[in-house]
Ligand binder design. Structure first.
Ligand SMILES: NC(=O)c1ccc[n+]([C@@H]2O[C@H](COP(=O)([O-])OP(=O)(O)OC[C@H]3O[C@@H](n4cnc5c(N)ncnc54)[C@H](OP(=O)(O)O)[C@@H]3O)[C@@H](O)[C@H]2O)c1
Length: 304
């Protein structure tokens, strides 16, 4: 398993993250967790809202049936979304959400806590109070954000004293906005539009780890692009190149993310043990720059 440095911390963590959003759909949660662990995936991503909280409980129940020790895992959760109602970065909500996650996960601390989606009412000094209280109580080790742009992160930094070490963002072969914008700067093409304020450059400049969520999906959860007849050129390129590197198209799609020098993590959400193995094995494969661009183009992108 490839390891990466987690943001500005001194932690070396697995480049592939086991995403738990769909854990309540797993046929055998024990088997998937054990498979991930056996193949070096020790970074676990949760959120207080996954499965309405059930995913954290299912994880704890399954983990108890293995011999995996809590200290051998790097457990992350996210908070700040009250589904269908509001996004809430208030001190009260952040602390309450973390207490809930700790209880459901049956652990004493989270290795990492991310603010799930930006709350337009956020007050950086109030967030700071929550983070400091959690950190000082030994309940959260590191902090970060999710789905936030550079200006929002800078705004948070006005009050937050803890380093913000990670940003979880949608990214993959069919979701390349961060790259398109860099490659098409100053053009009148649709790809030149900077939706996110130079997010990739900002993350690299500040050594924030980008965690790529839904790496196999196109659109906003519209489906998986692997083996999908809507994307013949991409799938042909994936199949041919996968053979060259001795991995599978599924493995290659995440190796494409991990091969970029920005030090990404990839969050795999599959609950199929064989796919977990394919993704884990491919993490060690470093694509050449030529092949990386070849897949980028096969995914329907252009170079000016
Ligand atoms: N921060 C955020 O806002 C945010 C948003 C969404 C997700 N996330 C995180 O990202 C994680 C991953 O998200 P995701 O589950 O949407 O991502 P994903 O890994 O792109 O998708 C996994 C889903 O695709 C299916 N699938 C079908 N063919 C596949 C193939 N060849 N390879 C891989 N998967 C295939 C899987 O089915 P099987 O299970 O049947 O294999 C599973 O349902 C989540 O668990 C969560 O931790 C974060």
């Amino acid at each position: 398993m490839k390891k990466i440095k987690f943001g500005t911390t001194n932690e070396q963590v697995s480049a592939v993250v086991f995403g738990c959003m769909r854990l309540n759909k797993a046929k055998d949660p024990v088997e998937v967790i054990q498979t991930a662990y056996d193949h070096g995936i020790t970074f676990i991503d949760h959120a207080d809202i996954y499965g309405g909280g059930d995913c954290e409980t299912i994880f704890a129940d399954a983990l108890a049936k293995t011999s995996i020790k809590r200290e051998d895992l790097f457990i992350q959760s996210k908070c700040g979304i009250i589904p269908g109602k509001l996004f809430d970065f208030s001190k009260e909500h952040i602390i309450e959400a973390v207490e809930g996650s700790l209880k459901r996960l049956r652990v004493d601390y989270l290795d990492s806590l991310l603010l799930h989606r930006p709350d337009t009412w956020m007050d950086p000094f109030e967030v700071n109070e929550a983070f400091e209280a959690l950190h000082q109580a030994g309940k959260v080790r590191y902090f970060g954000v999710s789905n936030q742009n550079p200006m929002q992160i800078e705004f948070l930094k006005k009050g937050v004293q803890q380093p913000l070490v990670a940003n979880q963002l949608q990214f993959g072969l069919m979701h390349t906005g961060m790259i398109d914008q860099e490659l098409q700067v100053n053009m009148k093409t649709p790809g030149s539009f900077d939706h996110d304020g130079g997010l990739l450059m900002y993350s690299r400049l500040h050594d924030m780890t980008i965690q790529a969520w839904s790496p196999y999906q196109y659109g906003f959860f519209e489906g998986v692009f692997i083996g999908n007849e809507k994307f013949p050129e991409l799938n042909q390129a994936l199949e041919e190149m996968a053979e060259k590197y001795g991995i599978t198209p599924t493995g290659l799609a995440s190796a494409w993310i991990l091969s970029h020098p920005a030090n990404f993590q990839v969050i795999a959400g599959t609950m199929t043990p064989s796919r977990i193995v394919e993704i884990a094995k491919a993490s060690e494969v470093q694509l050449s720059k030529e092949d990386w661009y070849k897949l980028y183009l096969a995914a329907g992108n252009m170079l000016p």
